[in-house]
Design a protein around this ligand. Structure first.
Ligand code: ATP
Length: 349
């Protein structure tokens, strides 16, 4: 199987409105050759619209989509170098898996023998070496999505567009296929844009994640940087679990929270009453008869245990502890809650 060289895809000041709805509001984003970029964001933030612009299924009101530096907005969809996979498998029900994969090759008048060879090669690549003769209704959801993936790759596109490809599958299949897409993508070196609203999926699969909000880019970073250094309170709240704990700005670059004084990182809103943003793993919890917080529930998650705690001012917080440290922290236990000692982000209350 030959290796594909991925293209660079750039969205430049991309704008698209539907009546009074602004789907894309000046989207700027560059996807590097061979990169797997996840587009993440709440429902309606413009993810699918952005993807459709690359595929050629939609046209912007303004702005550009550059593929290797060339604006493609006026290139018809069938002349674009992109393969797309949708949430619903959208296979042709009356064609076998092999013929589904070979469909685009047939349109391009590839001779039948070469079509068959290429389709079988692709079915093998996606883990379906013996299912070529089966029809879609004879395949599981996961298998159908593999066929859809093979079909999208048939014309050796330089960009692969995946629109929530795993959302319709059950949890176990979703995990397996997620890993396989990641492996395949790296193996082929194909630039991939993966739309999802599932942040765990985005963090686990992507080289970088672009968080969209109201049709604009909010932040684009590696999963680790996005999680550890969110640029805005929106990203902090959207990516991973984040507690908001009432705090009080001191006026000299610090905040007091649960009786602690910590430096503030990033820009602080006008105070003094603010919310301090804290990850569940950045809370320290110890049983303490003088502690003024209380364990409400403890959920065993294997290696970690998630505690739901009630602070004295009524705020509920989540804390993740290694299970071995959580044995004594049963519901009702009085506890002392502290933040790990490093700078914190704060947001308007
Ligand atoms: P989801 O996660 O729910 O799929 P999304 O982030 O992919 O959302 P888009 O499908 O890109 O969002 O839609 C962005 C906005 O544009 C939404 O408000 C949507 O209702 C609107 N929109 C998209 N397509 C159309 C259309 N063909 N006609 C009218 N409005 C549309």
């Amino acid at each position: 199987m030959s290796t594909t060289t991925g293209a660079r895809v750039e969205f430049r000041a991309l704008r698209r409105t539907f009546g009074t709805t602004v789907a894309l509001d000046g989207l700027d984003l560059t996807v590097e050759p061979g990169e797997l970029m996840a587009l993440l964001g709440p429902s309606g933030c413009g993810k699918t619209t952005a993807l459709r612009m690359v595929a050629g299924f939609d046209h912007p009101d303004a702005g550009q989509v550059l593929v290797d530096g060339t604006d493609i907005v006026n290139v018809p969809a069938n002349r674009r170098d992109a393969g797309m996979v949708f949430q619903s498998y959208s296979l042709f029900p009356n064609l076998s898996a092999r013929d589904n994969v070979a469909f685009g090759l047939r349109i391009r008048k590839v001779p039948s023998h070469a079509r068959r060879t290429r389709a079988d090669e692709l079915l093998e690549l996606v883990g379906l070496p013996t299912q070529g003769n089966r029809f879609p209704h004879q395949l599981s959801g996961g298998q159908q999505q593999r066929v859809a993936l093979a079909r999208a790759l048939a014309l050796r596109p330089r960009v692969l567009l995946l629109d929530e490809p795993l959302s319709a599958l059950d949890a176990q299949v979703r995990l397996t296929l997620r890993e396989e897409i990641s492996r395949l993508q790296k193996e082929l070196g194909i630039t991939t844009i993966f739309v999802t609203h599932d942040q765990e999926e985005a963090l686990s699969i992507a080289d970088r994640v672009a968080v969209l909000r109201d049709g604009r880019l909010e932040q684009c970073d590696t999963p680790v940087d996005l999680y550890r250094s969110p640029a805005t309170a929106f990203v902090a709240g959207f990516v991973g679990t984040m507690n908001r704990i009432p705090g009080h700005l001191t006026g000299d670059g610090a905040v007091t929270v649960v009786g602690q004084r910590l430096p503030v990182t990033g820009t602080a809103p006008a105070g003094p009453e603010v919310d301090v943003l804290v990850r569940p793993e950045d809370l320290r919890v110890s049983a303490d008869d003088d502690g003024d917080a209380r364990v409400v529930t403890a959920s065993f998650l294997g290696a970690t245990t998630r505690l739901f705690l009630r602070l004295p001012d009524g705020a509920g917080v989540k804390a993740d502890l290694p299970t071995r440290d959580a044995a004594a922290l049963t519901p009702g236990t009085q506890v002392l809650v502290r933040l790990v000692d490093h700078p914190v982000m704060v947001a308007a209350r």
